[in-house]
Design a protein around this ligand. Structure first.
Ligand code: HEM
Length: 514
């Protein structure tokens, strides 16, 4: 016969899950009552886990709503065993984290472990000296001479030799194109040409489905999924066992790295064969020339630049053309600005450069800012505290706590943008010139509008991105009407991966104007 003490362990094993189930059931069944409350309940040890899983399918919007609803616009998410994540839409906290207390708030070990497989020690995933070196060397890429070269030789050539003929052909054949895919191809060719001196010809008439691009997409998606999970140890176990999405991530990253490595090798070969003048150095040759020949490190930098260049502006331009379709008044203003710009050029004896012309397009500039207010390409971004701290408003931060600022939520706050925040209104960024001759752009401070981040790590490519987006936006609008090929009532869905996208892309038909 069995003694009671012998029976205890199996009995406990049997009953513990039962007790846990009853406990969870009680909590879930009280959901209706909980719905009345604005904020989810946090439990000892498991924190907000239950509410998190109840909202898992739209976790991004859920956290956004909570942050917006909080009176201080700062919400503390309680993770497992006492870990906390602060999410904020308060400009004072954003300034504190990104600027005044910059040394405390780093990328940190959590983010680095999530991103390392895909991005290695590239600029987006680096702190300290590794970051400083990359920032310094990359900043040459963005001086006025490089920007002029970018707009005149790279963007304009891709626009007139590839994009316009492709759209013209689609207009003739009434073909449906995925606008987001077209812009990604455009931006990918652009960033490879200016940063690495390499032309992948990804925007070609047959729209080839490169293995590299598919792998890139998969790597971005799975890496973003790592960020979202409530149980980070789960992806680590999958990684260890090489199973599930982690197995797919490994294969995708291998493909991406092979592609980036081939760019590095070609550049090394070209540098050995030709003596590149200081004037013709691009980012990649500058890094190699500085003595950094470690292939893994240089490949990391190449991958970071592809992410920065390919996925941000393409997302903005896709939302921009959607918003123009919904707001014909704004589209007409942009056409008026293009026409006026053309007239000035015709009447002037000395023509201004493409760079200057693009810079002058104030209304288009404002329309793009307004697009990014509503649909920021980097919708939220996280830092990790390296020391204890207190945020403006009083939230306590312990060493190791993650602090996320949320440009997507900030763009929707009545307190920051007024009662008509939901309207697409470029005019909120503009004042009429006193002479009455046109618009003057009125920027918002970068803590209220941290779409390009702010402080010492503010986006290096901001000006380059605006030039490219304005040139493409006006170059297309001048000649074509972009008509979404979607059913009545269709509303696109914002997907907040590492960089945001429109779910499934934007199918469009192209019509020639006149
Ligand atoms: C609309 C377009 C763009 C937006 C909204 C944007 C936004 C951002 C944001 C939010 C960051 C901070 C990311 C972080 O630290 O986690 C960033 C950093 C950066 N961006 Fe952009 N970006 C854009 C386009 C570009 C382009 C075209 C380039 C050119 C290659 C670029 C180059 C960079 C670089 C190098 C950094 C790293 C800066 C650092 O860590 O010191 N960006 N960008």
């Amino acid at each position: 016969m069995f003694e009671l003490p012998q029976l205890l362990p199996p009995l406990l094993l049997l009953f513990l899950p039962l007790v846990l189930l009853i406990f969870l059931n009680k909590i879930f069944s009280s959901k209706a009552a909980e719905d009345d409350r604005r904020f989810p309940k946090s439990y000892p040890l498991i924190g907000h886990m239950i509410a998190f899983y109840q909202n898992k399918s739209d976790e991004f919007q859920w956290l956004c709503n909570l942050t917006m609803a909080s009176p201080s616009h700062t919400f503390v998410l309680h993770r497992l065993i006492g870990f906390r994540q602060v999410i904020t839409a308060d400009p004072a906290v954003v300034e504190h984290v990104l600027k005044t207390h910059f040394p405390i708030y780093q990328k940190g070990p959590f983010q680095q472990s999530v991103l390392r497989d895909f991005m290695g020690s590239g600029i987006f995933n680096a702190d300290g000296e590794t970051w400083k070196f990359q920032r310094q060397i990359a900043s040459y890429e963005f001086n006025t001479r490089s920007l002029r070269k970018f707009i005149e030789t790279v963007v304009d050539a891709e626009l007139s030799d590839r994009l316009v003929p492709l759209l013209s052909d689609a207009a003739k054949t009434n073909k449906v194109l995925d606008l987001q895919d077209i812009f990604q191809r455009f931006a990918f060719d652009n960033i490879c040409k200016i940063s690495f001196g390499y032309d992948p010809e990804y925007l070609s008439p047959t729209l080839p489905q490169a293995k590299f691009a598919v792998a890139f997409e998969e790597a971005v998606m799975i890496t973003a999924e790592r960020f979202r999970t409530f149980f980070p140890f789960l992806w680590k176990i999958h990684k260890l066992l090489n199973t599930g999405s982690e197995k797919r991530l490994k294969l995708a990253v291998r493909e991406v790295r092979e592609f980036a490595k081939s760019i590095v090798r070609q550049k090394k070969q070209a540098m050995m064969e030709n003596n590149i003048s200081e004037e013709d150095l691009d980012l990649l040759s500058r890094i190699l020339k500085s003595g950094h020949t470690d292939e893994k490190f240089v490949t990391d930098i190449v991958i970071s630049f592809i992410i920065a260049g390919r996925d941000t502006t393409s997302s903005v331009l896709t939302w921009f053309f959607w918003l123009l379709h919904k707001n014909p008044r704004v589209e007409n203003e942009i056409l008026r600005e293009i026409k006026k710009n053309r007239e000035i050029q015709r009447n002037e004896t000395e023509h201004s450069s493409v760079l200057e012309q693009v810079k002058e397009m104030m209304y288009t500039h404002a329309a793009l800012c307004e697009t990014m207010r509503l649909y920021p390409p980097v919708p939220s971004d996280t830092k990790q505290a390296t020391a204890d701290d207190i945020l403006p408003g009083g939230t306590r931060v312990r060493k190791g706590t993650r602090v996320t600022y949320h440009p997507y939520a900030m763009g929707r706050l009545e307190k920051l943008w007024g009662p008509h925040w939901a309207e697409y209104r470029p005019e909120r960024w503009l004042k009429t010139e006193e002479s009455g001759s046109g618009w003057r752009f009125v920027p918002r401070d970068p803590y209220t509008y941290p779409v390009f981040q702010a402080g010492p790590r503010i986006c290096l490519g901001k000006e380059m991105a605006f030039l490219q987006m304005k040139r493409v936006a006006t170059g297309i609008s001048e000649r074509f009407r972009v008509v979404p090929a979607v059913d009545e009532g269709f509303e696109p869905v914002f997907v907040p991966n590492l960089t945001a996208k429109m779910l499934g892309g934007l199918p469009v038909r192209i019509e020639e104007r006149i």
